[in-house]
Write a protein that binds this ligand. Structure first.
Ligand code: F6P
Length: 358
């Protein structure tokens, strides 16, 4: 009997989305079963508004190495999913209608945290769902790693490497601001890979005086420059004490483009050094997936294909202890995987002399 599968990519893109979809498609097409794959355009928007395309084998050819997503993506925040807005559309009902109209057997959803909340809601509404863990932030619960992460580590590391040489020439203090939303995986890994002297991540609130002290000590010992890898979500000890409401208020009146500029200003005052900020920004999500991600996303995709063929739904394909595993969606949705300040990687980084400003 014909199997009809829907596929969509939602939220911020990352490298290896195409590789993951190709992994699913190849596994399904190669199974010998009759399969139709429908691609929804621009994430949940395609499902809501019935914007889709019947895909063919050729759509999945030549895309292993291509960044971005050939289906397009968009952000449809979970908090708005059950809200009927000015267009009068009941989004959940519309998504279900599209699914049933196409007589889908399963919907494959590639996304990060927000995407998983909606995916779980659709599962609760009775749809057959399989998800794949996408994000450069590596913050999805239930999987040791997400695809996109290793590629982003490469880009961010390269940025730090480039800054290293110019910082050394000029004897400057440089901050490289790394993405990661509310978590520090990307900053921690790129920072260590790029030989940063100071790494500031949201999970370990910093004391600006300790950061300044580390820079002064380095310079007293003869180092001409200092490199800081600062997560976009880095937070000071004082700010970490604020309530959510108070912190939001502070950000609403914030005069800096991002936290790195505030840190730079404070450090320049405290140490008297020339402090520069570099923000690689969305380059971290762009370009080709690294070889690790190509293999990893292909494996995740293949496992998703197997689950579909076995009729097993309601899972995210995750990676634990070097194996592809199925993780119930209700366990994943709404939870963040953060860096544990007591984890061995943080302890080892500290032994290497890296300061976390704590
Ligand atoms: O979740 C991926 C991510 O790149 C985060 O690291 C970052 O905070 C956010 O998306 C940026 O979002 P946008 O692309 O909407 O600016």
């Amino acid at each position: 009997m014909m199997k009809r599968i829907g596929m969509l990519t939602s939220g911020g893109d990352c490298q290896a989305l195409n590789a993951a979809m190709r992994g699913v498609a190849k596994t399904l097409y190669n199974s010998g079963e009759a399969v139709e794959i429908y691609g929804f355009l621009d994430g949940y928007q395609g499902l809501i508004h019935g914007k889709f395309r019947l895909l063919t084998y050729d759509d999945f050819s030549g895309i292993l190495t291509k960044g971005g997503t050939f289906l397009g993506s968009s952000r449809t925040p979970f908090k708005t999913i059950q809200v009927i807005e000015s267009d009068g559309i009941d989004k959940v009902a519309a998504m279900k209608q599209t699914y049933y109209k196409l007589q889908l057997d399963c919907l494959v959803i590639l996304g990060g945290n927000g995407t998983h909340k909606t995916a779980n809601l659709l599962r609760q509404e009775g749809l057959n769902i399989i998800t794949l863990p996408k994000t450069i932030d590596n913050d999805l619960w239930g999987t040791d790693m997400t695809f996109g992460f290793q590629s982003a580590v490469n880009v961010a590391t390269e940025a730090i490497d480039c800054i290293h040489t110019t910082a050394a020439s000029h004897g400057r203090v440089f901050i490289v601001e790394v993405m990661g939303h509310k978590v520090g995986w990307l900053t921690l890994n790129a920072g260590m890979a790029g030989g940063a002297d100071i790494i500031l991540i949201p999970e370990i609130p910093y004391d600006i005086d300790k950061v300044a002290k580390k820079i002064r000590e380095r310079h007293e010992k003869g180092s001409r420059f200092t490199i800081l890898a600062v997560a976009e979500g880095a937070i000071s000890k004082e700010d970490a004490k604020l309530s959510k409401k108070e912190y939001k208020k502070k950000l609403a009146n914030y005069k800096y483009p991002s936290v790195s500029y505030e840190i730079a200003e404070q450090l320049a005052k405290k140490c008297g050094f020339d402090v520069r900020v570099t923000v690689p920004g969305h380059t971290q999500r762009g370009g080709s997936p690294c070889p690790y991600d190509r293999v990893f996303a292909s494996r995740l995709g293949s496992k998703a294909g197997q689950l579909i063929l076995d009729g097993e739904f309601g899972y995210m394909v995750g990676y634990r202890k070097r194996e592809m595993v199925k993780v119930p969606l209700e366990e994943v949705a709404g939870k963040l995987k953060m860096v544990d300040p007591e984890s061995s990687i943080v302890k080892e980084a500290k032994l290497l002399g890296i300061s976390f400003g704590d």
